[in-house]
Design a protein around this ligand. Structure first.
Ligand code: ATP
Length: 233
C-alpha cells in the first residue's frame, strides 16, 4: 500500500529525516514510536505531501507519491488526521464530517456518514453540536470520522491520544483497530509507546530521524532497548 525507500526530508536546509525506509500493507496497523523531536510528525507530513522529500522514493497504491499535491493524495485515499486535530471549531459535527467528504460524490458521502455514525455513535447523538464545545476525546473521534469521510485506503494518525484520559485513549485506539479490520491500512504515531506497540501489527522505532529498529509490535515491546528508552522499564 505504502512504501518509503531512503527518504530524506526536512525544513529549509535542516535535514530531519535520514534515509527512512518503511512499508505499510493493506489491513495492518503500523506504529512509529520515538522520543519527542525524533521526526515522527515530519515522516507523516512528508508522506502526506506537506513536506517535500529531498531524496528517496514514496510509493502509494502503486504510484509515485513524492512531491505530489496533498489534495491529490487525499483524492487517492491517503488521509492524515493531524496532530491537534484541526477541526472546524464553529461548525457542527455533521458539517465537519461533510467537509471531510469533499472528495466524494453525494451517494458515497451519505454511505460514509452512516458508517462513521456507526463507528462513533456519540457523533450521531451530538451531530448538531459545534465541535469546539466537545471534549478532547470526542474531538479526536470527530477528527478520525472526518478523515474516514474521504474513504481512505491509508489512514495516518498523528498522536491521537494526546490529552485524553486512559479510558478515552482506549476508546479511540479500539476504534482504530476496528477501522483496520475493515481493510484500511493504518500508520499510527503515538506518544504512548506501550499501547502503540501492543496494538501494532508491525512497528518502527525512530531516533534522530533514522529508523533504528523494526519488527512486530508486541515483540518490539519486549526488546530491552525499547523497554528502557520508551517504556520506562
Ligand atoms: P513530537 O513528539 O515532539 O511531535 P516528532 O517525533 O513528531 O516529535 P517532529 O515534529 O517531526 O518530531 O520534529 C522533528 C524535528 O524537526 C524537531 O527538531 C523539530 O524542532 C523540527 N521541526 C519540526 N517542524 C519544523 C518546522 N516547520 N520548521 C523547522 N523545524 C521543524
Amino acid at each position: 500500500m505504502l512504501t518509503l525507500e531512503n527518504v530524506t526530508a526536512g525544513y529549509h536546509r535542516l535535514q530531519i529525516l535520514h534515509e527512512i525506509s518503511l512499508e505499510v500493507n493493506a489491513g495492518e496497523i503500523v506504529s512509529i514510536v520515538g522520543a519527542n523531536g525524533a521526526g515522527k510528525t515530519t515522516t507523516l507530513n512528508t508522506i502526506a505531501g506537506l513536506v517535500k522529500p529531498s531524496s528517496g522514493t514514496i510509493t502509494f497504491a502503486g504510484q509515485a507519491a513524492a512531491g505530489r499535491r496533498p489534495s491529490d493524495l487525499v483524492r487517492e485515499g491517503l488521509v492524515l488526521v493531524p496532530e491537534g486535530r484541526a477541526l472546524f471549531g464553529s461548525l457542527t459535527v455533521e458539517e465537519n464530517l461533510q467537509m471531510g467528504g469533499w472528495t466524494q460524490d453525494r451517494a458515497a458521502t451519505v454511505a460514509s456518514l452512516a458508517e462513521v455514525f456507526e463507528l462513533f455513535p456519540i457523533l450521531y447523538d451530538r451531530r448538531t453540536q459545534v465541535a469546539e464545545t466537545f471534549s478532547g476525546g470526542q474531538q479526536q473521534m470527530l477528527a478520525i470520522g472526518r478523515a474516514l469521510m474521504a474513504r481512505p485506503k491509508l489512514l495516518m494518525l498523528d498522536e491521537p491520544s494526546t490529552g485524553l484520559s486512559p479510558k478515552l485513549t482506549w476508546a479511540v485506539l479500539d476504534a482504530v483497530k476496528r477501522i483496520r479490520d475493515t481493510g484500511v491500512a493504518v500508520l499510527l504515531v503515538e506518544q504512548n509507546a506501550s499501547q502503540a506497540l501492543a496494538m501494532a501489527d508491525r512497528a518502527y522505532v525512530l531516533e534522530s530521524g533514522s529508523v533504528v529498529l523494526e519488527g512486530r509490535g508486541p515483540a518490539l515491546a519486549q526488546d530491552d532497548r525499547v523497554r528502557s528508552a520508551y517504556l520506562g522499564m
